[in-house]
Design a protein around this ligand. Structure first.
Ligand SMILES: Cc1ncc(COP(=O)(O)O)c(C=O)c1O
Length: 405
């Protein structure tokens, strides 16, 4: 059999020669997708439990996304932030309505949103906290790969090759005493994710979020919440911090906002809203195309009740995962909320499982040796979860055999 021009084998060779080796890609070439299903180069249909790493909130090829994209593409794709466009304003209004009163800066990615939040915190500290510019962030936190976001990110393996990084960041344990102790006069803000996704789906307790809110009020700091992965309804609330009943001063958003089209946002409450003309900008940020699609994504999530559904079906997924223990899957615990779940395994077979899963026609993400991460589309059905679980059980059996278990 000769390889087709877009077969996995051919793409892998061409990518090896033409693309930088920045990603350790799985052996899967995706040609198309529909709902929570993708089709590969061999015509196989796989269940996608990765959801583009929390991006494809409405699944693949959702009619609302496709319609907004094509309609806006035929009207106006780009115009620059020198001018007003209706989709951008509507999106800002929708974000504020879903989150808290404030104003929005639109950009293109999670890292860019965090860069904006860091700049905002520095300017705010100069103005309102005697020139303080420091940021306290959490051990295990991940905020992106650009230089400021990387400085906010804790793990040495991401940071060390690129040092020296931006100064002024301190990483402390997820513990209110540790955070309090790190808040010197030089600190302007505390930055954290409600659930640490990249580090293994490690939740920050609601009680800690409330304590950080109280600390920021008491010590006069900004509380910045990174909802890049946790947001857009995935945890059963529009924004995961809402489970804790708090309102941050600043929130960063990206991933699911555009349902697959790149877009990010920074939302600042009135007290934090210090950026003025000339302070910050982005050529593509909040362009009419991405903004129109993001409006369609937010509208669909609202109209179809997908936030509440994510909480409900997330419980079904959690129960299903727990019950896999009886079917030979070495489940130690399940972490996370709604449709952002991590399965902690008793055996170091996560990477082998993710690889074997492709042969069993299911996509799942491995973090380290022993965590499987699931971030499926909010539209996933119970029947699709059942089928995904059947395939996952097969994959784990293969992974355990390979490992000599
Ligand atoms: C919590 C969090 N913040 C920021 C980022 C960076 O987002 P992006 O890859 O869009 O720059 C990520 C990406 O995984 C993330 O999970």
């Amino acid at each position: 059999m000769t390889d087709s021009p877009a077969s996995l084998e051919v793409l892998r060779d061409r990518a090896g020669a033409a693309l930088m080796h920045t990603y350790a890609r799985q052996p899967l070439a995706i040609e198309s997708g529909h709902g929570v299903w993708v089709r590969d180069d061999r015509g196989r249909e796989l269940i996608d439990l990765v959801g583009g790493l929390a991006v494809n909130v409405l699944g693949h090829a959702h009619p609302a996304v496709t319609a907004a994209l094509t309609a806006q593409a035929g009207r106006l794709i780009h115009s620059s932030n020198l001018y007003f466009t209706a989709p951008q304003v509507e999106l800002a209004e929708r974000l504020i309505a879903s989150a808290f009163p404030g104003r929005v800066f639109l950009c293109n990615s999670g890292a860019e949103a965090n860069e904006g939040a860091i700049k905002l915190a520095r300017k705010w500290g100069r103005r309102h906290r005697s020139g303080a510019t420091g940021v306290v962030a959490l051990e295990g936190g991940f905020h992106g790969r650009t230089m400021g976001a990387l400085a906010a990110t804790a793990q040495p393996r991401y940071r060390e090759p690129f040092e020296p990084l931006l100064a002024g960041f301190e990483h402390v344990a997820a513990d209110i005493e540790a955070i309090d102790a790190a808040v010197t006069d030089d600190v302007a803000a505390v930055l954290l994710e409600p659930i640490q996704g990249e580090t293994g789906v490690i939740p920050v307790a609601d009680s800690l979020l409330r304590e950080v809110r109280a600390l920021c009020d008491r010590r006069g700091l900004l509380m910045i919440v990174d909802e890049v992965q946790t947001g857009m309804g995935r945890t059963g609330r529009w924004w995961a911090h809402q489970h804790a009943g708090i309102v941050p001063d600043v929130m960063t958003v990206a991933k699911g906002l555009g349902g697959g089209v790149p877009i990010g946002a920074v939302i600042a409450a009135p007290r934090a809203d210090v950026l003025e003309p000339g302070d910050h900008g982005s050529t593509f940020g909040g362009g009419p195309l991405a903004s129109a699609v993001a409006c369609a994504v937010m509208r669909t999530i609202d109209e179809d009740g997908l936030v509440e559904r994510a909480g409900r079906i997330g419980e079904y997924l959690r129960e299903s995962l727990l019950s896999l223990g009886a079917e030979g899957v070495p489940v130690a615990s399940i972490r996370g909320r709604g449709l952002m779940l991590g399965v902690v395994l008793d055996e170091p077979i996560a990477a082998r499982t993710a690889r074997a899963a492709l042969d069993c026609r299911v996509m799942i993400n491995a973090i380290g040796d022993s965590v499987l991460r699931l971030l499926p589309a909010l539209i996933i059905t119970e029947a699709e979860i059942d089928e995904g679980m059947r395939r996952l059980v097969e994959a784990v059996a293969i992974a355990r055999t390979e490992g000599g278990a």
